[in-house]
Design a protein around this ligand. Sequence first.
Ligand code: NDP
Length: 305
Amino acid sequence: MRERPFFLEEIPQFTLPFVGLAVLGHPISHSISPVLHNAALSDLSLQDSAFKGWSYHRVDIKAENLANALVKFAEAGYLGLNLTIPHKVEVLKSVNRLDSEASLIGAVNTLFLRDGQWFGYNTDGYGLHQALRKDLGVYIPNSRILILGAGGAARAAAVKCLLEGASSVHIHNRSPERLNDLLSLLRNHFERSRISGSTVGNFREFEFVDQDWVVINATSLGLSEEDPSPFCMPCTELGKKSVVYDMIYNPAKTKLLAEADEAGLSFANGLSMLVYQAAKALEIWTDQEVCAKRMLEAAKNYFSG
Ligand code: NDP
């Protein structure tokens, strides 16, 4: 990416037919969202010249500046924003209109300016759902899902899997506090019999040995090449039709995925989730069908080049 991230005071101003889109976070320099969105916008502009003036940027915004920044982005001609660490939950204080899934998840990754107000969505669950289906052939209804982690990404994953009819969703997390917060949220909205949880101290391995599970890593363990696997039992002990999805995509093959590979299980990394959540956000902003394949190609080219 040639363009360095902007700070709030340097964001470009847009007047129609020029339209701004951006991802806000802190830190933000690691984000490849502009690569995906600008590739898809370039394709859209071939079909409809109205999209020629649309562009997507990264902007470094600290948590304490988010509320003020949202006013500035609206004034500067931005129509859509993506949010990443640390804004996904904090933003709830600054938006009063949420779609039902974002409201249930309690986090927002996409904002759309309508009638002068920011409307919040969460497309992470959609991204994961598409990724599981397309990369691993997972059909969520009646599947058993084991989610490692209980942070924002795990919340989106758990809500989406329960909404889509998973027969059980088990959350395994390091800290009992965050685990219990997520279990309470889920039990308030879905049948309790489909929901369970553990920490390392009370993980009942026998419920997983030789059983087929969809294992999803939603922890940040694996972001560093030296990180151990976040899963507290060997993948070789899972049932042979188990599959493993790691939301991390850089590095491309975490320890967890290497273990899944050695155990002969199907596995995939989080690049597809990143792409599908991005495609959905761009569809919300443009009201056009977006080519996720084009975004995926752009991401792969970025990492290989
Ligand atoms: P959060 O900070 O909200 O949650 C982090 C989670 O990781 C918590 O459950 C935390 O457990 C756990 N964790 C952190 N360090 C460790 C450790 N050393 N050992 C065990 N568990 C640990 O982050 P997010 O939910 O936003 O993101 C989680 C991961 O998902 C990140 O790697 C992120 O990059 C990825 N992600 C990928 C997306 C994609 O599109 N592919 C989209 C969103 C996220 P505890 O509660 O104990 O602290």
